[in-house]
Structure formats: structure tokens, C-alpha cells
Design a binder for this molecule. Structure first.
Ligand SMILES: Cc1cc2nc3c(=O)[nH]c(=O)nc-3n(C[C@H](O)[C@H](O)[C@H](O)COP(=O)(O)OP(=O)(O)OC[C@H]3O[C@@H](n4cnc5c(N)ncnc54)[C@H](O)[C@@H]3O)c2cc1C
Length: 461
């Protein structure tokens, strides 16, 4: 394939940056990745992906989808293949003599392949070999960008190590603490570029499956469960091809994030802290927490819900993934949205009409118009979902919780990405034909999705 006559810098080599690099290489776009760390790597444990992410991966590159499939773990039981989560009352006590009494309140039914989860680092390990060597530069922590108005002059990226680099445009894939985001926000209003604490934090643990089975039993260890409770909830699902149980335990608090540095998203904690926070839960969740390491980490959940960006691009700098729309994780779809972003942006930048920096800017504007409404809807909706799981939004009205959660998940899962990309391409063509590459698009605020798909859930009996 002939290479496009421009060179793009990708800042950040997480899931978004790597997927974008794979997508753009395939479409003949020249790129360099600048990653602050000494090597590609992921912190954290499991990440779940749904039908929308799988559809996006297929569009990006079937090699990417194959890489994901190599590390994906699904519910083990054939009868649970299409189940995203069985939702239970985490505070209910289970009589040892009759464990079947604690039945799911309802079941969230996903697509045919259900909830596929993988270990983050294992997924990244699969992505790296899909890129040619030498495409990434490490130890390059971006500090600032010079963005001349004359689009014939390249931008300059300045790094913490004193070096700099040139590019025709910049793709900020630098995650929730994005430095690139600061470039999009007025210099006097840098607070607007910072994520805010959602007053929720999370303990995460990986538990050997044989230990998990001893506490939860076979069915609940081998399949994904969501344990609801007042101001707290927990998720459990298998990763590592069923050898490990991933435990994610969420806590809501009125307290501010206990760190002077709001950019510090993890703080030390102990297993005892977690057990104290989950006092009042049943023995299932408490039993798992007891199996976590004595020293844990507490992850503050920050997002951009309170300060959504008015645009995902400015000039020749465009944000993609968490850098643009960092979300709390309650829909389990943050990374999936990043991958959708990548599919749309790569198809736009790879379009034959995009041959220079004016075309690149038009592609950025079409991307913004296509994606911002959906991405920012997810950020807001994710907060709402957690409030439902923690009985803050709809009390203990489990019927109403089930209906609303299902409607929201359906909106996320059922996107017709091909149609979305076709519309974005049309927008790109119009922009180029009218000679107005970055003209403002109409407001794309997404309302609460009105169509409730009742097929997506089973009521507990
Ligand atoms: C607890 C939790 C659970 C989650 N669970 C799910 C889930 O089940 N499903 C799902 O879809 N999503 C989930 N998410 C969301 C998902 O993790 C993120 O949306 C996704 O990882 C974001 O990827 P990213 O590449 O955009 O950003 P990141 O993963 O943050 O990557 C950013 C990269 O940029 C680099 N970087 C940062 N600053 C600079 C700089 N100045 N210069 C150079 N490089 C820089 C970083 O080192 C990093 O490599 C969850 C999130 C959390 C917090």
C-alpha cells in the first residue's frame, strides 16, 4: 500500500495508542508512538469486552481481533455463554444448607459470546508483535506541543528528557491523565482539562480459581457475577482462561480523594480496610476479600463527567480514547469505546480523500462529530449505572434497575459501527467539498436511549 504523505505522532502506547497504531499502519499512514514508560505495559487486572468492541476490532484489523481471541476468557458454562452478569443481592446471607436460595435478582444477557474478559497485560503482549519494530520511542513523556497556524509547518512535541520531535499532526492517546488534553483547553483554564473524583474507589484482586471455588462454588466462580449492595458493589469474573477469578470491589464515599496530588490515582490500602468497607455484605463477597493480599491498592475512580470537552480536537491535535473521555468503569465499556474511536478515526484518516494536513483536520472534525456524543454519554451513564447497582438511584426496586441498566447496555452493545463509519465518511466528504474542514457540527448530545430491549435480560425467579 502507498504511504500517505504525512506523518502522525501517537502520544501514549496503551490499548488506544497500540490499536490506533495497528489500524493506521494497515491503512498506509506513517506514525511514531511516543510512550513515557520504558516499555509497553499495562497496570491493573482484567478488562471486559463486548460485541461493540469485537465489531470495532474486526474493522480495525482481523489480526487485532485474533490477538484478543487468543487471550479472551468467557463464562465457562455453555448455559451462561451469552450472560454478561448474573446480578445478586450481595448483602443476602446464603444458608449453608441450601445455597440455591440466593438466586440472581436478574441476569444481564449480552450478545451470543457473552462477556469476554482478558488480562490487560496479556492483551497488550499480543498487540505489540503486530507492530513493526522501531515504531515506538520510549521514555518520551510529552510536556507540550507547538502548533503553528501554518499547516505546512510541522508541529513540535517537547518531551521531559529535553528532546523534541516533529509531526504533521498529533494523536493524544495518553489516557486519563493526558498531557495532550491540556493543549485543547484554554491556557488560563487548565482546571478544565483535569479529571474529577467520582467519589468512588475500587479494590481489585486476583484470586486463584481453586480458592474462589471453595468460597463461591463452581457456578459463581466460573461465570460473571455482580453483587449489589448499599453504597458498595462488587464484580467477579474469570480471567486467564479460567485459572483466576478477578474481583473488583467498588466503594462510594462522601470524602474527598485522600491525596494532595489529585493526579495520584492509586493509594496504598489494606485487606482490613476492604473488609471494613464491605461490612454488612454476605459471606460470598467477604470470603473473597479475605483471600486478597494483606496489602492492597485503592484506585480512585476519576472521570471527565463534570468537565466534558467541547471538542476532541484543536487544529492538528486530536484526542482519542481515555484522553478524550475518561470514564468510570461501571458499564465495563471504557476500553471498548476507545476501540470504537480507533475504528472510526482510522477509517477516516485512511480514506483516499485524506492526502494532506487539511484532510487530516477534516478527518479530526468528522471524528469529533461522530464520536463525542456517544463517548460523553457513556461517561455520564456510567456514573448512573453505579448508583443503580448501589441502590442510590432507584432504591431496591430491582425491576426498575434491571430495565434501566438493560436499556443503557443495549445502547452500548447494539451500535451499527458500519453505518456510523459510513456517516462519518460522508461528513468528511462534505467538509472537503465545501472547503470547510473543521466547521462546527450540530450538537450531538445523546439522550437517554428510549428503546428498551427486554431480550437483554432474564428476570430471576
Ligand atoms: C477499575 C477499572 C476497570 C475497568 N474495566 C473496564 C472493562 O471491563 N471494560 C472496558 O472496556 N474498560 C474498562 N475500563 C476502562 C479502560 O481501562 C480504559 O478505558 C482504557 O484502558 C484506556 O486506554 P487508553 O490507552 O486510552 O489509556 P491508558 O491505558 O491510560 O494509556 C495511556 C498511555 O499513555 C502513556 N502516557 C500518559 N501520559 C503520557 C505523556 N505525557 N507522554 C507520553 N506517554 C504518556 C501512558 O504511560 C500509557 O501507556 C476500566 C477502567 C478502570 C479504572
Amino acid at each position: 500500500m502507498t504511504s500517505k504523505p504525512f506523518h502522525l505522532a501517537i502520544v501514549g502506547g496503551g490499548i488506544t495508542g497500540l490499536a490506533l497504531a495497528i489500524a493506521l499502519k494497515k491503512r498506509g499512514v506513517q506514525i511514531t508512538i511516543y510512550e513515557q514508560a520504558a516499555a509497553f505495559g499495562e497496570i491493573g487486572a482484567g478488562v471486559g469486552m463486548h460485541a461493540n468492541a469485537v465489531r470495532a476490532m474486526k474493522i480495525i484489523d482481523t489480526e487485532l481481533l485474533a490477538a484478543f481471541e487468543r487471550v479472551a476468557t468467557r463464562n465457562a458454562w455453555p448455559s451462561k455463554k451469552n450472560v454478561w452478569f448474573d446480578v445478586l443481592d450481595g448483602t443476602a446471607e446464603e444458608p449453608a444448607s441450601s445455597p440455591e436460595l440466593l438466586k440472581p435478582l436478574f441476569t444481564l444477557i449480552g450478545h451470543d459470546d457473552g462477556h469476554a474478559a482478558c488480562h490487560r497485560a496479556r492483551f497488550l503482549d499480543q498487540l505489540v508483535p503486530l507492530l513493526p519494530e522501531g515504531l515506538a520511542q520510549f521514555g518520551k513523556r510529552l510536556l507540550s506541543i507547538d502548533d503553528p497556524e501554518d499547516t505546512d509547518i510541522p508541529l513540535t512535541l517537547h518531551f521531559e528528557d529535553g528532546t523534541s520531535a516533529k509531526a504533521d499532526a498529533v494523536l493524544g492517546c495518553d489516557g486519563i491523565k493526558s498531557r495532550t488534553r491540556a493543549h485543547l483547553v484554554d491556557r488560563h483554564d487548565q482546571e478544565a482539562a483535569k479529571p474529577k473524583y467520582s467519589h468512588k474507589f475500587v479494590y481489585r484482586g486476583l484470586i486463584p480459581m481453586k480458592d474462589a471455588v471453595a468460597t463461591l462454588g463452581e457456578e459463581r466462580s466460573a461465570n460473571s457475577m455482580l453483587w449489589m449492595g448499599p453504597d458498595r458493589h462488587a464484580l467477579t469474573f474469570p480471567v486467564n482462561h479460567g485459572q483466576t477469578l478477578n474481583l473488583v470491589a467498588f466503594v462510594t464515599t462522601d470524602d474527598p480523594w485522600p491525596s494532595k496530588d489529585a493526579q495520584q490515582l492509586t493509594l496504598p490500602a489494606t485487606r482490613d480496610d476492604a473488609l471494613r468497607d464491605f461490612a454488612g455484605f454476605g459471606l460470598n463477597v467477604l470470603g473473597l476479600l479475605r483471600m486478597t493480599a494483606p496489602q492492597l491498592e485503592r484506585w480512585g475512580l476519576f472521570d471527565l463527567a463534570e468537565n466534558p470537552l467541547p471538542q476532541f480536537f484543536r487544529g492538528r491535535v486530536c484526542l482519542v480514547g481515555d484522553a478524550a473521555h475518561a470514564s468510570t468503569p461501571h458499564h465495563g465499556a471504557g476500553a471498548a469505546m476507545c476501540i470504537e474511536d480507533v475504528a472510526v478515526l482510522a477509517e477516516l484518516l485512511g480514506d483516499p480523500s485524506v492526502t494532506d494536513t487539511v484532510g487530516v483536520q477534516a478527518a479530526f472534525a468528522a471524528f469529533d462529530s461522530s464520536r463525542r456524543g456517544r463517548d460523553q454519554w457513556l461517561v455520564a451513564s456510567s456514573r448512573r449505572a453505579a448508583d443503580m447497582y448501589e441502590w442510590r438511584a432507584r432504591g431496591r426496586d430491582f425491576e426498575a434497575i434491571a430495565d434501566e441498566v438493560c436499556a443503557r447496555q443495549a445502547y452500548i452493545w447494539n451500535i451499527d459501527l458500519d453505518a456510523s463509519i459510513a456517516a462519518a465518511r460522508k461528513d468528511l466528504a462534505n467538509r472537503l467539498a465545501l472547503g470547510l474542514p473543521t466547521a462546527a457540527a450540530p450538537d450531538k448530545t445523546v439522550p437517554f436511549p428510549p428503546d428498551i430491549d427486554f431480550h437483554l435480560r432474564d428476570r430471576g425467579s
